[in-house]
Design a binder for this molecule. Structure first.
Ligand SMILES: Nc1nc2c(ncn2[C@@H]2O[C@H](COP(=O)(O)OP(=O)(O)O)[C@@H](O)[C@H]2O)c(=O)[nH]1
Ligand SMILES: [Mg+2]
Length: 252
């Protein structure tokens, strides 16, 4: 078991994650201590399986939320608990096995070396990645780069990241959005606006077929509408901050 960190914690928000969740959490535990899973109103009995795992594994903590409120809302529960225990940084990771647990130590070390930055995973897709998802994210990335005046966000949507806890809680406290799939993009953009520098690291991502245990809760119409509304909000925020962003970009 890795020795416990007092500054960096792994947070895994989880909603009806499918059969890969226990292997995903085990893979994270093999790399890091502590690992916290936030079960977000799941109805698939994954909470019970994870709680049983936590009973035998001191590095694992499981939060069970009674109702599904969304990825961002679950992250906020984990972030607040992390802050209360003195953690300064949190690595977010999907619960369905798509993210590379073996990269956790490198991401954490990069964050420890540059604690004022956020460490953003840049997805490295293989043949399993659906073309629509790979191409679709270019639109979000284009907007996110404009909204930050190209401050360096490599991928706006990818959820494998290390965030500084205090500024992220502050950003979320100030507004009621960022609670569902709009979390990842809005977190990266708003943290950039606060002067948190992105550091990008490659991270291989896998898309599992349903027969391999792949599950997705991303609803093409519902969530693209959510992301479109989010970019409308962010674009307005960008216009307000434009003088500040230009001044910052021109600073030597
Ligand atoms: N807590 C929580 N997490 C969620 C929810 N929806 C998705 N997630 C998390 O976000 C990750 C990505 O969502 P997923 O449905 O796999 O979408 P995709 O990977 O983009 O197709 C999941 O692995 C979960 O960890 C939700 O409603 N609540
Ligand atoms: Mg997924």
């Amino acid at each position: 078991m890795p020795s416990p960190s007092t500054t960096h914690v792994v947070l895994i928000p989880s909603y009806n994650p499918g059969p890969r969740v226990t292997a995903t959490v085990r893979a994270a535990l093999a790399q890091w201590n502590p690992v916290w899973v936030i079960v977000d109103g799941s109805t698939d009995r994954s909470a019970e399986a994870l709680q049983a795992m936590a009973a035998a594994e001191p590095a694992l903590r499981v939060f069970v939320l009674p109702q599904n409120r969304g990825k961002g809302a679950a992250m906020l529960v984990g972030l607040r608990a992390a802050q209360a225990q003195g953690f300064t940084h949190a690595l977010s990771m999907d619960s369905d096995g798509q993210h590379p647990a073996e990269r956790i130590p490198l991401f954490m070390q990069t964050s420890m070396d540059q604690p004022a930055a956020m460490v953003l995973g840049c997805p490295v897709f293989d043949a399993s990645a659906p073309g629509l998802r790979v191409q679709g994210r270019k639109i979000s990335n284009g907007w996110a780069n404009l909204e930050t005046l190209w401050a360096g966000i490599g991928d706006s949507l990818f959820g494998f990241r290390v965030y500084p806890v205090d500024p992220l809680i502050e950003v979320m406290r100030r507004q009621r959005w960022m609670r569902r799939f709009d979390f990842d993009v809005e977190a990266a953009v708003r943290l950039c606006w606060r002067g948190i520098r992105p550091v990008n690291l490659p991270a291989p991502v896998r898309y599992f077929r349903p027969e391999e245990g792949g599950v997705s809760h991303f609803n093409y119409w519902r969530d693209n509408a959510l992301l479109t509304w989010m970019h409308c909000r962010l674009f307005c925020g960008f216009l307000v901050r434009l003088p500040l962003l230009i001044a910052r970009a021109l600073r030597p």
